[in-house]
Design a protein around this ligand. Structure first.
Ligand code: GTP
Ligand code: MG
Length: 189
């Protein structure tokens, strides 16, 4: 099983469509995917998870509940999950991360990345919407630092893509295949 996780509206469903050709519901507003949706791809389950964080028109308690459900889903399926693709919006993630840090909070993406690593789930970070990113190198360095990814590993872990315009999708596919072939990180480190 491969899971796609990340904040709402970062493009998880669009990316799954690009990779697998399977139509999952996509949308303009945050909060489109509300329950885990499974598609089959190359004899594997690919799971499109609801986004965490802000969802338009949803009260905070409901957003919290959805986040708890995502965490529970991942914990319950941890054994079966071979790979997580954590999707972030390359344009807005740096700003959001800085805003949370200024408030003294752990940014939700950073928290989620450590959560996946603690469970020993190999994780790739897809840095999506690069079509909107001005300084890609700076963005990638910033994310590597915030996620605590050593620079020598950053090139393997962070994959810049544009789901909307199909940029670098083949590279993401190769990374996914590589991660499935050479599972790393099991048992945690
Ligand atoms: N510019 C740009 N827009 C994108 C890209 N990928 C997705 N989008 C847009 O982002 C919006 C959200 O896409 P979704 O795929 O529904 O996002 P999601 O992460 O599944 O959202 P939830 O299901 O609400 O968590 C849509 O309007 C997409 O067209 C991209 O690479 N570049
Ligand atoms: Mg979605």
């Amino acid at each position: 099983m491969i899971i796609f996780a990340g904040r709402s509206n970062v493009g998880k469903s669009t990316l799954i469509f690009r990779l697998t050709g399977k139509k999952v519901k996509r949308g303009k507003r945050p909060g489109v995917t509300r329950k885990p949706v499974e598609v089959n791809w190359r004899n594997r389950k690919v799971v499109d998870l609801p986004g965490f964080g802000f969802m338009s028109g949803l009260p905070r308690e409901v957003q919290e509940r959805i986040k708890d459900e995502i965490v529970a889903f991942i914990e319950e399926n941890a054994e079966e999950i071979e790979l997580a693709v954590l999707v972030v919006d390359g344009k807005s993630a740096p700003e959001i991360i800085e805003r949370w840090e200024k408030r003294g909070e752990i940014p939700i993406d950073v928290e989620f990345y450590s959560f996946l690593r603690e469970l020993g789930i190999p994780t790739i970070v897809a840095v999506n919407k690069v079509d909107k990113v001005r300084n890609l190198e700076r963005t990638l360095n910033f994310l590597a630092e915030k996620f605590g990814i050593p620079l020598e590993e950053a090139r393997d872990v962070l994959v810049p893509v544009s789901a909307k315009f199909g940029q670098n999708i083949e590279e993401l596919k190769r990374r996914i295949e590589k991660a499935l072939r050479e599972p790393q990180g099991r048992g945690g480190c």
